[in-house]
Design a protein around this ligand. Structure first.
Ligand code: AGP
Length: 611
């Protein structure tokens, strides 16, 4: 959500901060600010984009080699200059930037007000910085002790960087719930909420764990727990290049990421499908395989697009592995007091690996003694560290807020898991197993073929860009694809769209259909083809506009539909991976034509680290 960047070293800090903030803008973007430290803090904050902050800072004093910057996604208090971070404590002793939510902030605020503190902003962050200052002054303790003590009193989540003019050559970083990465350069350190601002400077990083506090001085870092136990920092190498986080010639990250799917899907199955295409091996699940094979039930949890992938996972697991599966919104699951048994297998799906509700649901499942697996894209994020086993999707960084290549990578993993479990538990014959694997490895080439029709998808988008509502229909494996298509459209173009199981249309949504209503029907050939043809006729009988995703060479639907978007033929398990691509491009073009900010849609953040 919010983004953090910090630097301490010998280089001019301002360009490092501002470039880092630009890299982080995809996480949250309603306001931004920087503090140049090392003497009296110079703080510049602005509502709006990082470029507006940059404009404001031009001509101001930004000299210095130590500092911190923040992009804010509002939780407490509207986006404005005052609520933007960094926040300074009342007596000027501390400057703080913070991601996450301090849940007991109201109680602490009342207490501090009683002690004479007056607050300028509506944020929980200003409460925290003043709490630290209060502990420091009142307790007459060192800055480090004040920080650790104050943090031990807060309930909630934080990833933060704090500095003090009283200790001008030091930055303190702490994490509980919200991720923080420290990059190690040559006599310099970088701090960030994810690796994107760091990768252009260094590949050596330390991921902070929960309750870690890092004290960083020029050329020196020490790591402790919040209880002051010394820790040995574990330095890792970033598997990320600068090209991974650039637009690479595309107009938007989303378009780049859609076009990357042939490669990203290949990266997802690379090394996991045997050379002879007769087996699938998922190394991250090896040690839990006996448990997976003995499981009576799988529960898949996730949010948004990851939940849609999970729904598809249910269909795939039930069809190919013949095991019962439940799919849950993490946010519902965690608050519902659900029945979880020790022999359940929980699969948490998350692109970012940081979604607060998914993480909380994992904790709940672990408490109940279940085995928890993660399907995650961001290496080193919280979910893979919290789970018993898992599979990385290896889709590469996804910067566009609307998930595209991460979705297809998640579905690829779930497909591999379903096929592998089905073969291992005897539900799937070796012949069918191999047939499906052979189809899976052809998916990248088939997506390349779909991408060649991009101009056609743009033309269709041009006709319906001003529609007020869209309906997306699909049956079986294509129902989750319909949900995902509708979500893509609404999140980036702000057009109301609903996904429905095609047969359910008669039970309500059919009332919406008229000559202004585009109905996107996913109708590529599978066992429910005849039925979906009937659904198209029902829409046409009410003068609805039909945009159909069909299998190449389908002449029946071509005659009935207003527009067709063709995808190559494949086995049913792989068909969702193909069918979703035209829907991603349709949404993308509609959003661009409507002048929407495709990569950073209003109100949305890439990783939702608050509940
Ligand atoms: C997808 O386009 C959305 N932006 C959103 O629904 C996202 O999938 C959801 O917030 C879950 O995120 P995660 O996969 O990082 O956990």
């Amino acid at each position: 959500m919010c983004g953090i960047v910090g630097y301490i070293g010998n280089k001019p800090v301002y360009p490092i901060l501002i470039n880092g903030l630009k890299r982080l803008e995809y996480r949250g973007y309603d306001s931004a600010g920087v503090a140049i430290l090392g003497g009296e803090p110079k703080i510049y904050k602005r509502k709006g984009k990082v470029s507006e902050l940059d404009e404001f800072a031009q001509g101001q004093d930004v000299e210095g080699t130590i500092g911190m910057g923040h992009t804010r996604w509002a939780t407490h208090g509207e986006p404005n200059d005052v609520n933007a971070h960094p926040h300074m404590s009342q007596n000027g002793h501390f400057v703080l930037i913070h991601n996450g939510i301090i849940e007991n902030y109201a109680r602490i605020k009342r207490y501090l007000e009683h002690k004479g503190y007056v607050f300028q902003s509506e944020t929980d962050t200003e409460v925290l910085v003043n709490l630290i200052e209060y502990v420091y002054i009142r307790g007459q303790v060192s800055i480090e002790v004040a920080v650790r003590y104050a943090l031990s009193k807060v309930v909630g989540a934080y990833g933060l960087v704090i500095a003090s003019p009283l200790m001008p050559d030091t930055l303190v970083a702490a994490r509980k719930g919200s991720p923080l990465v420290i990059g190690i350069g040559d006599g310099e350190y970088f701090i960030a909420s994810d690796a994107t601002p760091i990768v252009e400077h260094t590949k050596s990083v330390i991921y902070l764990n929960n309750d870690n506090v890092a004290i960083i001085r020029r050329g020196e870092l020490s790591l402790r727990t919040i209880d002051n136990d010394r820790l040995e920092p574990e330095v890792q190498t970033l598997d990320l290049g600068i090209g991974d986080i650039d637009k690479g010639g595309y107009d938007h990250f989303m378009l780049k990421e859609i076009f990357e799917q042939p490669r990203s899907i290949q990266d997802t199955f690379r090394g996991r499908v045997s050379a002879k295409h007769d087996d699938i091996r998922l190394g991250g699940l090896h040690h839990v395989m006996p448990k997976l094979l003995a499981a009576k039930r799988f529960i898949i949890i996730g949010c948004g697009t990851s939940w849609h992938a999970g729904l598809l996972g249910e269909y795939l697991f039930e069809q190919y592995a013949r095991v019962p599966v439940e799919v849950e919104y993490a946010s519902e699951f965690r608050y519902r007091d659900p029945l979880i048994f020790a022999d359940d297998i929980i699969i948490a799906i998350s692109q970012s690996g940081e979604t607060a509700d998914t993480l909380a649901a994992i904790q709940l499942a672990k408490k109940a003694g279940a085995t928890v697996l993660g399907i995650t894209n961001v290496v080193g994020s919280s979910i893979p560290r919290e789970t018993d086993a898992g599979v990385y999707t290896h889709a590469g960084p996804e910067i566009g807020v609307a998930s595209t290549k991460a979705f297809t990578a998640q579905v690829t993993v779930l497909t591999m898991m379903a096929l592998m479990l089905g073969r291992r538990n005897g539900s799937l014959s070796q012949k069918d197993y191999e047939l499906n694997i052979q189809e899976l490895v052809q998916v990248p080439d088939k997506i390349e073929r779909i991408l060649q029709h991009n101009d056609l998808f743009r033309d269709i988008a041009a006709r319906y860009k001003d529609s007020q509502n869209f309906l997306y229909l699909g049956r079986g494996f294509f129902f989750p694809v319909a949900l995902e298509g509708a979500l893509k459209l609404k999140e980036i173009s702000y057009i109301h769209a609903e996904g429905y199981p095609a047969a359910e249309m008669k039970h309500g949504p059919i009332a919406l259909i008229d000559e202004n209503m585009p109905v996107v029907v996913i109708a590529s050939r599978d066992k429910s083809y005849e039925k979906i043809v009937s659904n198209i006729q029902e829409v046409k009988a009410r003068k609805g506009i039909v945009v159909a995703v069909v299998t190449e060479g389908d002449t029946i639907i071509r005659e009935m539909a207003d527009h067709v978007m063709e995808v190559p033929h494949t086995e049913p398990a792989m068909a969702p991976l193909l069918a979703v691509v035209p829907l991603q491009l349709l949404s993308y073009h509609i959003a661009v034509m409507r002048g929407c900010n495709v990569d950073q849609p209003r109100n949305l953040a890439k990783s939702v680290t608050v509940e």
